[in-house]
Ligand binder design. Structure first.
Ligand SMILES: [Fe+2]
Length: 344
């Protein structure tokens, strides 16, 4: 039970029946230090919360401007961080479970129990919400650390191979834009971004002089360069990424018609992330300056992928890339170091 000498809990009661609201106030008066404010609709609750803060909300599910479970969504829109305790006349286990799944912390039935029950539910709900917040903050931090580590590895590789400095970052920018344009789930786009940032990781195993002038390589040296896809995948194989990063790396030089390497995969055998990486990689490589040749231009890059759409490259990915480049031009390769939206 609450410490009566502790600070009061500010409870917002959203209830359109003045009798029910008054009853809650009376019941809580005996159950500990509470400051209770009552509002009769979601609109009134929204207006009140614009100028006041609360520790929790006791929410009736049948209000003049909302009824049923969508009321919980509406309340979460108004105050995403506020613990919600549903307070309703409907005594139903199913509705209670559905309410909790929808993000409320507890479900109370009017007329069941006294003020102490409400007080306990409110206190537990506040505690649960605070644990939820801490867990989310820890997960967000872990995600940021993972991305920072991946970026550091990406930069380390490019410091050794200045001829392609920035290549992986720019491929990541274009790949993310293509993935978002194709409507891929945010978690898939996050994985795509991560895989793109280290897609050439295996080049760490390729002598630097092979990387600087690929046009003059012997067949044997070219084989070594091509091994980077397999080697990169092997390097990350032991990392438990929440995405298929090793497959993205291994498959980024595969081609739809089986002419790619290292496995000569075809069509859907190549994961969508790798099909996107293949296009982003080629477009970035052709349109960027290299010490041994000037930029061939974004138009040449687009011609390459359009000419081989459906043979080497996934036509849906080519179409999305076309749209993205048409809308942004080469501005898609921006130099800022901010995290992309998907990571925020
Ligand atoms: Fe590559």
């Amino acid at each position: 039970m609450r410490d009566p000498s502790g600070p009061p809990i500010h409870l917002l009661v959203v209830e359109d029946n003045p009798g029910d609201a008054r009853l809650v106030q009376l019941q809580l008066a005996d159950a500990g230090p509470f400051e209770v404010s009552c509002r009769g609709s979601l609109a009134e609750a929204r207006a009140w919360l614009a100028d006041h803060s609360a520790d929790a909300v006791l929410l009736d599910l049948s209000l003049p401007d909302s009824s049923g479970l969508p009321t919980i969504d509406a309340m979460r829109d108004i105050a995403p961080d506020l613990p919600i305790i549903v307070f309703t006349g409907l005594d139903s286990e199913d509705v209670g479970m559905a309410a909790v799944k929808r993000g409320c912390q507890d479900y109370l039935v009017k007329g069941h129990g006294d003020g102490h029950l409400i007080a306990r539910s409110v206190a537990y709900s506040i505690e649960r919400k605070s644990i939820e917040r801490e867990r989310q903050a820890a997960a967000d931090q872990l995600k940021r650390v993972l991305l920072q580590t991946v970026r550091t590895v990406s930069l380390a590789l490019e410091m050794r191979d200045p001829y392609t400095a920035g290549h992986q970052k720019r491929v990541a920018q274009l790949a993310v834009a293509i993935g978002e344009h194709m409507g891929l789930a945010q978690s898939v786009v996050e994985g795509l971004h991560t895989g793109a940032l280290i897609h050439d990781l295996g080049k760490i195993n390729v002598p630097a002089e092979f990387l600087s002038r690929p046009g003059k390589l012997t067949a044997a040296a070219f084989d070594v360069v091509r091994s980077h896809a397999r080697v990169g995948a092997e390097i990350v194989a032991g990392i438990e990424f929440p995405w298929p990063v090793a497959d993205m790396i291994r498959q980024h030089h595969e081609r739809l018609n089986g002419t790619g390497y290292p496995d000569g995969l075809t069509g859907d055998q190549i994961i969508i992330e790798a099909r996107i990486l293949a296009v982003a990689d080629v477009v970035e490589a052709i349109s960027s300056h290299r010490p041994y040749r000037p930029s061939l231009g974004i138009e040449a890059a687009m011609r390459e992928i359009r000419d081989h759409s459906g043979s080497k490259y996934d036509p849906d990915v080519v179409a999305a890339c076309n749209e993205v480049i048409r809308a942004n031009g080469s501005q898609i390769f921006h130099d800022d170091t901010d995290l992309p939206a998907v990571w925020l």
